[in-house]
Design a protein around this ligand. Structure first.
Ligand SMILES: [Zn+2]
Length: 389
């Protein structure tokens, strides 16, 4: 039987979602508790805890874990963890809560009760320290930094029980896979070496090539989409999914690709985020994570290969899932095919690249997108979306 990488932390998967049969009673109990409203990032983290993607965490981090993770990429118990998973509240809200209290966690936008936190600790953090260590900047034009700087003054920590996964299971249906489910699918197909491809965009030829390089050296690729909140102007998940499916159906060998999505919200933390993407994929059963150029970066905050290099700084045993480091991919006219910086000796003039801004212009007009850049089946899905805007 196929052996997959074990969940992170050395034990079993740890989904914190209450069993379906217990949720109604637990929600009735939660309705009687004091409420703490979560930001969209905190909601996405709660869903990640619920599905077991953050195994072995049992809830939101306390101060020792927050500090260890920020500074040394380690939980207090020594287990590798690269980005703090914390919950904040205003001083007023936190002041009314005592250690040992159970509080209801609600979606700050919809008001829906999503879970219960047993408050074990309340603490204030040095936000600049977290930003400097994790994001390598305190510049508030960085969207991840901005969210840390805007969060409440007090962190609430302790174990959580998750009582809802929000709209995700209903909205995304078969796309929404929990780690337990992806592992079962890999085993059913006899896969043990699985490469995860993280995306928040439709896939053009360059991304298709990345995925195909991965398939050459593994059993299959897990195209794993970000379903959490995105930046304004990003293409909605359902359009992306259809565009990616058009590519899979027409250009991949059947049985070599699984498309799925998960509820994370991007922090745009570049290198540190690449590490947590790998950790999460270990929980989903993936042995490899494709790490391309400027993975999870934003603007010019990170060097193009920082997110690849950071894996070399980890200690032995920190993480079982390893990066598949691949450079920038493109179609080269002189090579007359897809290539990377490592395999193509020609210059930028021979390579077909189209900026994101230019793509949007071309997709919203009648402009022809070269087949060397994007597959016509993919372009058709995207043009249909842009024409409706
Ligand atoms: Zn070339």
């Amino acid at each position: 039987m196929a052996e997959l990488v074990p969940p992170h932390g050395g034990g079993d998967l740890k989904p914190l979602l209450a069993p379906a049969g217990e949720r109604a009673d637990a929600l009735a109990y939660a309705a009687s508790l004091r409420q703490v409203a979560l930001t969209s990032r905190e909601v996405s983290d709660l869903f990640m805890l619920g599905m077991g993607a953050y195994t072995p965490l049992s809830g939101f981090m306390g101060e020792a874990d927050w500090r260890g993770v920020s500074v040394d990429m380690k939980l207090e118990n020594g287990v590798f963890w690269p980005i703090p998973i914390t919950l904040s509240a205003s001083a007023d809200v936190a002041g009314a809560i005592s250690i040992g209290d159970s509080v209801a966690l609600t979606d700050g936008e919809s008001g829906e009760v999503l879970g219960v936190l047993e408050v074990a600790e309340k603490y204030a953090i040095d936000k600049a320290l977290e930003c400097t260590q994790v994001y390598r900047t305190t510049d508030q034009s960085h969207p991840g930094v901005q969210k840390v700087m805007e969060q409440g003054e007090v962190n609430l920590a302790g174990p959580v029980v998750v009582l809802s996964e929000g709209h995700f299971p209903e909205t995304y249906k078969e796309l929404y896979l929990r780690p337990e489910q992806s592992r079962a699918m890999f085993i059913e197909r006899g896969w043990s070496r699985v490469a995860a491809f993280q995306t928040r965009n439709p896939m053009h030829r360059s991304h298709e090539y990345l995925a195909k390089i991965a398939i050459e050296v593994t059993d299959g690729v897990f195209i794993h989409q970000v379903l959490g909140a995105l930046k304004p102007g990003d293409i909605p998940a359902e359009v992306r999914t259809n565009a990616i499916q058009a590519m899979i159906d027409n250009y991949f060998v059947p049985g070599t690709v699984i498309q799925a999505g998960y509820p994370i919200e991007m922090r745009y933390g570049g290198p540190r985020e690449a590490l947590i993407h790998a950790l999460i994929r270990q929980n989903f059963g993936c042995s490899h994570l494709i790490v391309g150029r400027d993975h999870a970066g934003v603007g010019d905050f990170y060097g193009p290969y920082d997110a690849q290099d950071i894996f070399d700084e980890l200690w032995d045993g920190a993480l079982r899932t390893v990066p598949l480091k691949i450079g920038i991919t493109f179609f080269c006219r002189k090579c007359d095919g897809m290539a990377t910086e490592k395999t193509c000796p020609h210059g930028p003039d021979d390579r077909i690249t189209i900026s994101g801004t230019r793509q949007r212009e071309m997709l919203s007009s009648d402009a022809d997108i070269p087949t060397e850049f994007s597959r016509p089946e993919v372009v058709a899905v995207l043009k249909d979306y842009y024409s409706g805007l």
